[in-house]
Design a binder for this molecule. Structure first.
Ligand code: ADP
Ligand code: MG
Length: 672
C-alpha cells in the first residue's frame, strides 16, 4: 500500500468520513439512509440458504425493533467474537429486505469500549483490492492512525514558509494532517484539506515557474525585429479574407515575443475553426523575413499533408519552398528534403513528430509550431530547442480549447494567447440527438442536404463488426448507405487503409466528387471541406466531449447552415445523457472543455494519460479545485518574483522543499 514509514501512514488520507456522533433507533430507519449506527444486543444467530447463498444472520434488538445483521460468507470467527446479550454498537447501511431491515457485513464495536465522546467523524480509508483480499480493512488502518496520532507528541514539521501560512491564514501542516484523519468537525476537515491542496498545487506551480525563470535566465531568443516583404506581400496580396480582430491581436502578441530578444514559448488556444492555421502561417512568415526557417508539426500524417496543401495554396506563387517530412517520406525524396533543410533552401517544413528526430538538421531554424492534439511535454519541447544554437521560438496550438486550470498545469510554462472569435459569416451548427431506431428520418435529412448540393460525413466508432462491442461499424454502415442511396457516390476512409488510398478518398471528397464520406475518427482533426454541412456521429455515446466537439468542427466551415446529428442507442447513462445535452446546447469549445473536465477528471482527458505519473495528486483535484490552482499559481509567482535568486531567508523553506520533492519521486520537468 506504499506505507513504509510512519510519515507514509500519516499521509495516507481517508477518502471520506462518516459522522458517528449520533445513534439511531431501529424504528427510525428508512430505506434510503446511508450509514447509521444502532446500539443493542444480539438475540440469536441463524444460518439460512444453501451453498453459495448460505449466510449467517444475527437478530439484533435495540428495544425498539429487530434488525438482521447478515454475513454472506459464514465464518466461525463471527459467532466466536460476538456474544449473545452483550451490548454492541453496530454500524452499516440499512436495507429493507423481506419485511425487515438488514445490515450486511456491519462494523461492530463493544459498546463499553466506544463511548460517544470518542466517536466523532470516523475516517474511511480506501484499501487496494489486493490488500483487501489479504484481509486489510479500513478499520485496521484506522486503528494504526489512531494510535499514531495519540502517541505522536512531536509536531509534524511545517513545509510551507511561515509568511505564507500566516498570510493565507492556513492551518499548520501538523494540525492539517491530524484533522485530515480525525477532524474536530466538518469545518476543520475542510480547512485541513484546503491547506494540503494548496500546498500540493503550490509546489507544482513553483516548480513550473522556477523552470520557466531558469530558462529565461539561461536561454536567449533569436531576435526577429523585422516585418519584411514576405509577411507584407502575403498579408496584402495573398490573403483571401481579412483577419479577425482576435487573429490580429494574437499575431501582435507573438511578434512582440519574437522581437523582444527572449525566446517565445507561447500557447495558442482557439476553438475549432477559429483560424489557428493561418495565424501559424503568418508567424512563420515573420520568422522567414528575419532570415530563419520555420517548421510545423502536426499530430497525424493526414493533417500534415493537409497543412502542406493549405500552405502551398495560400502562398500561391510566392518564392518560398515548403516541404513535407513524415514517416512516409522515404529514400530519395527524403534526402532531397533533408538537403534542402541543411542548406537553408527549404523555408517551411511541415511534418509529424518525425521532424524532431536527431538526423533532421536545419540550417537556421527560428520557429517551431506544434499543432497538436496530443500533449507534447516540456521535455519534448526542450528537445526542439537543441535544433539550433540559439533555441527557436516555440508556438503550441491546441486542437480544442482546454480549461484554464488545466492549461496552467499542463502548459504552465507557456504564455497564453486566445482566439475568442470565429471568422465572420459562420452560422452556428445545429446539433440534434437522435436514437438509432430513427434511421429513416436520418436518411431523409441526408438526402435533403445532398439535393441542396452539400456533402455529408458519417462517422463510426469501429471499422469492422466486433464480437466484444455491440456498436455500429463502418463496413456495415457503408454497405447500408450504398443500398439506401444507390444513386450517390460514397467514399470511405479509415486507419487500416494504405496512406495513398486514404488520401485519394479524402481528396475525392474534398473535390466534391463523392457525396458522403464514411469514416472513423481519422477525420477528427483538422480536415477542411467547407461544402460539407452534415456530420453524423454513430454511437455518439462512445465518444468524449472533446472528441465530439472536434468531429463537429469538421462542418460549419462554409456559409451554409450545418448540422451535427448525434446518433445513440436507446439506453444511456445519466452522465452520457448530460454529455449529449451539452453538445446540443452549446457550440462553445471553452464551455465544453470546462464541462469535460468536470465530468471526466483530468486523468481521463485525452492526451493527459501519458503524463499520469506527474499528476498523481494526493489531495487536490484539477477538476474540482480550479480556484485553488489559481491561488497556488499567484502564491508561487509571488515567491519567484520576490526571491529570484533564492536567497531570501523567509522563502528558503520553499526551495529546499521543492528540491526534496523533486528528489523524492516526481519528475516535474516532464510534466506534459
Ligand atoms: P482551426 O483553428 O480549427 O485550425 P483553421 O485554421 O483550419 O481552424 O481555419 C478554419 C477555416 O477558416 C479555414 O478554411 C480557414 O481558411 C478559414 N479562415 C481562417 N481565418 C479566416 C478569416 N479571418 N476569415 C475567414 N475565414 C478564415
Ligand atoms: Mg487546426
Amino acid at each position: 500500500m506504499g506505507i513504509h514509514t510512519l510519515e507514509d501512514l500519516a499521509n495516507y488520507f481517508p477518502f471520506k468520513h462518516i459522522d458517528r456522533s449520533r445513534i439511531y433507533y431501529s424504528h427510525e430507519l428508512t430505506g434510503d439512509m446511508p450509514f447509521v449506527q444502532l446500539k443493542g444486543r444480539i438475540l440469536s444467530f441463524d444460518e439460512e440458504g444453501k451453498g453459495r447463498k448460505r449466510r449467517l444472520i444475527a437478530h439484533f434488538s435495540d428495544d425498539h425493533g429487530i434488525v438482521d445483521l447478515v454475513w454472506f460468507n459464514v465464518q466461525n470467527w463471527i459467532q466466536d467474537t460476538y456474544k449473545l446479550g452483550k451490548e454492541y454498537i453496530v454500524f452499516g447501511k440499512p436495507n429493507f429486505y423481506n419485511g425487515r431491515f438488514q445490515i450486511s457485513h456491519p462494523d461492530i464495536d463493544d459498546a463499553s469500549a466506544l463511548t460517544l465522546s470518542t466517536m466523532g467523524m470516523q475516517p474511511f480509508y480506501s484499501i487496494p483490492v489486493k490488500a483487501a483480499k489479504r484481509g486489510v480493512t479500513s478499520r485496521m488502518i484506522e486503528r494504526l492512525t489512531n494510535t499514531l496520532f495519540r502517541q505522536l507528541s512531536d509536531r509534524v514539521p511545517e513545509t510551507l514558509p511561515e509568511v505564507i501560512v500566516r498570510k493565507q491564514l492556513l492551518m499548520s501542516r501538523d494540525e492539517a494532517i491530524r484533522n485530515m484523519h480525525y477532524p474536530a468537525n466538518a469545518e476543520a476537515l475542510s480547512r485541513a484539506s484546503y491547506r494540503l491542496k494548496l500546498e500540493e498545487l503550490f509546489y507544482i506551480q513553483l516548480s513550473i515557474l522556477k523552470f520557466t525563470a531558469d530558462r529565461q535566465k539561461a536561454v536567449h531568443g533569436i531576435p526577429c525585429p523585422r516585418v519584411g516583404t514576405m509577411f507584407m506581400d502575403f498579408y496584402h496580396n495573398q490573403l483571401p479574407f481579412t483577419l479577425t480582430g482576435a487573429q490580429q491581436r494574437v499575431i501582435k502578441e507573438m511578434h512582440a515575443d519574437m522581437k523582444s530578444g527572449r525566446q517565445m514559448n507561447r500557447l495558442l488556444q482557439g476553438d475549432v475553426g477559429s483560424g489557428k492555421t493561418l495565424v501559424a502561417l503568418l508567424v512563420m512568415l515573420l520568422a522567414i523575413d528575419n532570415g530563419l526557417q520555420a517548421c510545423i508539426m502536426a499530430p497525424t500524417e493526414i493533417l500534415a499533408e493537409q497543412h502542406l496543401e493549405t500552405f502551398r495554396n495560400f502562398l500561391g506563387d510566392m518564392p518560398l519552398r515548403v516541404e513535407l517530412l513524415t514517416g512516409m517520406v522515404k529514400g530519395k525524396r527524403r534526402q532531397t528534403v533533408l538537403d534542402g533543410l541543411a542548406s537553408g533552401e527549404v523555408n517551411i517544413l511541415v511534418g509529424t513528430h518525425a521532424v524532431i528526430e536527431d538526423n533532421v538538421v536545419f540550417r537556421n531554424l527560428g520557429l517551431v509550431v506544434i499543432d497538436e492534439q496530443h500533449r507534447f511535454g516540456v521535455a519534448q519541447r526542450a528537445r526542439l530547442w537543441r535544433k539550433n544554437v540559439v533555441p527557436p521560438h516555440v508556438l503550441v496550438m491546441t486542437a480544442t480549447p482546454i480549461p484554464r486550470t488545466l492549461a496552467m498545469t499542463l502548459y504552465g510554462d507557456l504564455d497564453v494567447s486566445i482566439i475568442n472569435e470565429l471568422p465572420p459569416g459562420r452560422k452556428p451548427i445545429t446539433t440534434v440527438h437522435q436514437y438509432e431506431n430513427r434511421a429513416v428520418t436520418l436518411y431523409q435529412g441526408i438526402r435533403q442536404q445532398i439535393s441542396l448540393g452539400r456533402q455529408v460525413y458519417v462517422v463510426y466508432p469501429l471499422i469492422k463488426e466486433s464480437e466484444k462491442m455491440d456498436l455500429q461499424n463502418l463496413e456495415d454502415g457503408y454497405d447500408m448507405l450504398c443500398k439506401t442511396f444507390p444513386d450517390l457516390k460514397i467514399s470511405k476512409v479509415h486507419g487500416k487503409m494504405k496512406a495513398a488510398e486514404k488520401d485519394a478518398e479524402m481528396q475525392r471528397f474534398a473535390n466534391g466528387e463523392t457525396n458522403i464520406l464514411v469514416a472513423t475518427t481519422v477525420i477528427e482533426v483538422g480536415v477542411n471541406v467547407p461544402n460539407a454541412s452534415v456530420m453524423v456521429i454513430q454511437n455518439a455515446e462512445r465518444f468524449g466531449l472533446a472528441q465530439l466537439h472536434q468531429l463537429r468542427g469538421r462542418v460549419g466551415r462554409g456559409a451554409e447552415q450545418s448540422y451535427c446529428i448525434l446518433v445513440t442507442k436507446f439506453e444511456l447513462s445519466a452522465e452520457t445523457k448530460k454529455r449529449i445535452q451539452i453538445m446540443t446546447e452549446t457550440n462553445d469549445g471553452f464551455e465544453i472543455a470546462e464541462a469535460d473536465l468536470k465530468f471526466r477528471g483530468p486523468g481521463d482527458l485525452e492526451g493527459t494519460q501519458q503524463s499520469g505519473t506527474a499528476f498523481e495528486l494526493r489531495v487536490a483535484n484539477l477538476a474540482r479545485d480550479g480556484q485553488i490552482v489559481q491561488q497556488a499559481r499567484d502564491l508561487a509567482r509571488e515567491v519567484v518574483e520576490n526571491d529570484p535568486e533564492h536567497v531570501v531567508p523567509q522563502y528558503s523553506l520553499c526551495w529546499s522543499r521543492l528540491e526534496q520533492l523533486g528528489k523524492d519521486q516526481q519528475d516535474w520537468s516532464s510534466i506534459s
